[in-house]
Design a protein around this ligand. Structure first.
Ligand SMILES: Cc1cc2nc3c(=O)[nH]c(=O)nc-3n(C[C@H](O)[C@H](O)[C@H](O)COP(=O)(O)O)c2cc1C
Length: 273
């Protein structure tokens, strides 16, 4: 599957003028990303986990703290339980591997305990962000590496919906929480995933200082039409981005249990000060 960057850009931004990009194999691979939600019942090649982990550990990490860990779940029964906890997402069960990316200060906590040292800074929101961001950067490196091997991935943020049960299932100690999951497997060609269009660059890019584009409303309307066409072509219920985005954030119920994670994280000894 190697498409020309111009075709990929056309799919990424819909019809009309695509931005001019500098082309190389890594950029082409990044442009070709799509989330995969249908997997073959085919095992991963030997060494896949170690390869993805090496790619993940090669990501930048704040102050070299490496305050994250990876929990690999391949046991079908455990995947089934996690799929239920994550809103019954069948692809979790179908994919041979579920990678759970953990923000993890417990390793440094154990080290400090051995030395009788304090870790005051861990209690602050910034440290929570540091560990979560590190885990996310690592995961994205692994996702790109997986795609380069012909594998597909999809993130599973819904792993935070029933956070307490997921923490129990995975036996996570204090100062560890699952940032999200990532399914990994061979994409099922019978249900191919397509490149989902994104907002035009003019809406996302600010130069020097933040300035709302005077063309914002019209550009969003155009993007709404592009995305609605995309959903139609995929045989999915037509939806436009504007209403989807507002629906998703309108009421606290749309958080599906995640509105409670602040409290649960405190039990997990993330003070979030
Ligand atoms: C942090 C994060 C959590 C996500 N959680 C889920 C999820 O629980 N289930 C799912 O099917 N897709 C999930 N996704 C995938 C997004 O829906 C997807 O990336 C987005 O619609 C754009 O589509 P694309 O990845 O195919 O370009 C998640 C993505 C991210 C970055």
């Amino acid at each position: 599957m190697s498409e020309a960057p111009t075709d990929l850009l056309q799919q990424r931004y819909g019809s009309g003028a695509s931005p001019a990009v500098i082309d190389n194999p890594i950029i082409t691979a990044l442009l070709a990303h799509r989330s995969v939600r249908a997997y073959l019942d085919r095992p991963l090649p030997e060494g896949t986990l170690e390869t993805l982990l090496a790619a993940a550990q090669s990501a930048a990490t704040s102050s070299n703290l490496q305050a994250w860990s990876l929990l690999a779940v391949a046991d079908p029964e455990r995947k089934a339980r996690l799929a239920t906890l994550a809103g019954n997402q069948a692809h979790i069960l179908q994919a041979p591997l579920l990678l759970v990316w953990l923000a993890d200060f417990s390793r440094i906590r154990r080290l400090a305990d051995l030395q009788g040292a304090e870790l005051e800074a861990v209690d602050y929101l910034d440290s929570f962000l540091v560990a979560s961001l590190d885990a996310a950067l690592a995961a994205q490196n692994a996702a790109v590496a997986a795609e380069s091997l012909g594998l597909g991935t999809v993130y599973i943020g819904a792993l935070r919906n029933r956070l307490s049960e997921v923490i129990e299932e995975l036996r996570l100690p204090p100062l560890v929480y699952p940032v999200f999951g990532l399914c990994v497997g061979y994409p099922d060609p019978v249900h191919p995933a397509a490149i989902k269009p994104r907002l035009p660059q003019e809406l996302v890019l600010h130069r020097e200082t933040y300035r709302v584009s005077p063309t914002e409303a019209g550009a969003i309307e155009r993007y709404d039409r592009i995305l609605a066409d995309f959903y139609r072509q995929q045989g999915l219920p037509s939806a436009n981005w504007s209403s989807q985005a507002i629906e998703r954030l309108k009421k606290v119920e749309t958080l599906n249990g995640r509105e409670q994670i602040g409290q649960r994280l405190k039990k997990q000894q993330f003070e979030l000060l």
